[in-house]
Design a protein around this ligand. Sequence first.
Ligand code: UDP
Length: 335
Amino acid sequence: MAHKGTLLVTGGAGYIGSHTVRHLLEIGEKIVVLDNLVFGHREALPMDRISFVEGDMSDATLMEQLFTEHQPEAVLHFAAFAYVGESVTDPLKYYRNNLAAPLVLLETMQRHGCKRFIFSSTCATYGNPVYVPMNEDHPQAPVNPYGASKWMLERVLRDCDHAWGLKAVFLRYFNASGCDPSGEIGEDHDPETHLIPRILMAATGEIPEISVFGTDYPTPDGTCIRDYTHVCDLASAHAKALCYLRTGGETTPVNLGTGRGFSVKEILQTAESVTGKTIPVTYGPRRAGDPPELICDPAKAKAVLDWEAQYKDPRSHLQHAWQWMTSAGKGRYPR
Ligand code: UDP
């Protein structure tokens, strides 16, 4: 095993970042988190076990200080905005935060000779599916600025590899869901737009009902099908990607998903069974930009990273998320 240095985790106080930090600590990694706490939560992090820098990766002075002090061996880059709808109405916000800001991070990495990068990319870089399950060779034609900003950064990373030998893994996540089985950390977005937390919010009465966006899709029950990937599985994939880079892996994209799809109605039925509650539902029109079906082909993740999802059944995602929602904090970090 190659020498283990400090890992810089940008956006480590966010949903997927904080679960990954927890996993990396469990396997003995040393971590510095950079987070501006715009969407992240201080309470999602074990502050006594990590170094924490509050700030922005677009702050060149701060980045220089951070790299001088901690000399990170690799960067795991989670920090990004991720509201697809907002990216359509305010594209510059997305290109500034998801594309321009990481350039300062990369410039600092280049100066300091840090050449390992694990990037939180997304299946949204593919745009509308031409076929499912989708492998990494699927054409990339993003249909919104969020997906485009991630796709463009992938291109930047390839060019950095060509120019100065940066090695990157683009982890293209499918639908992240669930939370740590302990119920101690979880998903807390404001506003919350994702299906599983909204269903559970309807179950607790925090919102009056869940609206199903479209029942006329060309799927068996008419509702959209997604590949729900447990956040702890995503976390373990980052550790595998790190191992891949430490042992000389080349720059490459890897899809992260289970390879199985579930419809909105199936998720709803499972949520009723897990919570033991009747969940109030309304059936509404389609949401703009939602493809009928997104399913990952995880073969490359298995072949290249030796990774496969452990939580393939969304029932476990719902059970863990329900535990978080019904914990003392009721699914919220202190504000
Ligand atoms: N969805 C829904 N009602 C909601 C939120 C989501 O019917 O309140 C549907 C959405 O149309 C999609 C699926 O649930 O088909 C997953 O949506 P989510 O926003 O969780 O993730 P996305 O697929 O957009 O990344």
